[in-house]
Design a protein around this ligand. Structure first.
Ligand SMILES: [Zn+2]
Ligand SMILES: [Zn+2]
Length: 141
């Protein structure tokens, strides 16, 4: 069973994740790209109870553009921490936030919105897998 510490950019907020992530991969959706200011977002999805903020909880700010995603960051440094997805029942802790976690991507999601092509041989979901409410359609590399 894994146990990993993470922190925001400045270190004022610390968190832990425990157990194994439900999934790891890359999201290419416009929301992830715009919020992260990055062409792709590396995600790790956890059961909400597996994620604990261990320091600086009062510093964590939240923004919800839609009810599907509660985006959280450190109000001192602006460093992103996680996004809660209540509808999915999972929390995305950004891979970059938990540097010690061995990141092993298994899938690309929302590849239909991709602005960079990553030819790594992993499955490319056009949107989401069917068991996550998506079409399950794959896009060739
Ligand atoms: Zn910070
Ligand atoms: Zn996304």
């Amino acid at each position: 069973m894994g146990f990993y510490k993470g922190s925001c950019f400045c270190g004022a907020v610390e968190l832990t994740v425990s157990g194994e992530p439900a999934a790891m991969g890359f999201c290419h959706c416009e929301s992830c790209r715009r919020w992260s200011a990055s062409p792709v977002n590396a995600f790790t999805l956890w059961m909400p109870e597996a994620v604990k903020i261990t320091k600086g909880a009062k510093l964590v700010a939240t923004y919800s553009k839609t009810p599907h995603s509660h985006r959280k960051w450190c109000s001192i440094c602006g460093g992103h921490l996680m996004t809660e997805h209540p509808g999915l029942g999972l929390t995305d802790v950004y891979a970059a936030t938990i540097a010690a976690l061995p990141f092993r991507a298994g899938v690309h999601v929302n590849y239909g919105e991709a602005v960079i092509q990553i030819r790594d041989g992993l499955p490319k979901q056009r949107d989401f897998p069917a068991d996550m409410g998506g079409s399950g359609r794959l896009i060739a590399e």
